[in-house]
Design a protein. Sequence first.
Length: 286
Amino acid sequence: MKKFNTCLVLAFAILLAACSSLRLAYNNADTLLYWWLDAYVDFDSEQKAEVKQDIDDFFRWHRKTQLQDYVQLLQKGQRQLSGNITQADLMADYVDIRDRTEALLLRSAPDIAEMALSLKPEQLEVMEKKFNKNNADFRKKNMKGDAEDQKKFRFKKSMEQFELWFGDFSNEQEAIIRKASDARPLDNELWLDERIRRQLKIMALARKIMIEKPSKEVATHWVEELIRSGYDRFGFSPRKAFFDSYTQSTVELVHTVVRIATPEQKAHAHKRMEGWIKDLNSLGMR
């Protein structure tokens, strides 16, 4: 299921611009992604060459067709930052990024299917162990202590991202942001259960493809259904109320940060985005 994870990582790395050295990260992403994916599957010698070729092909396509689109998204963000951005604007941005991510994954469905058809039983065991390790890490980091401890940890992670964009905040600003952060519903047991549920669906599909050996077209259709279900859970899950509340309160948190940001902090964010725009333009010229 390699391309499912490849596109997801790329979409968030670029669309959310979560790296302070975008050009360096992007230019080395092919190697980093291969290492990351290999940790999930442990590719054999034949798969190794195919995976590296797929990653190279993906980056050639991505560099040629997607980077200028991200430039436009960042320029839009600069304009919004300079104006009077609303919660509705931020929600629309969130939906836009989510839809773009889903589109990237669906485009890769044939490649996911092809790789799934080549997986061996021992590789599924590696994948399952990796999922279990990730879940243990999630518990250790996100579920340590009581609810107050977990809120504090969540707030700290959020502040790392806000400081990347806006620079340092005053104690008074941090208190306001902390209040907005804590207003988000907290249920790490539910998030963990969702992670496990998605992992089980991935493992079940991988086993089904390995056993039944369908045509690539059929396998691709199954993969597309899996990808869509990963997004539909927010619209059709019995837990929709929780997800809706969490999304809305997270948008309110971001809006709070933008609203209380000083002109200097907004200038910092504008400059940060300008740097990413220059990086993306340079990367797109290669």
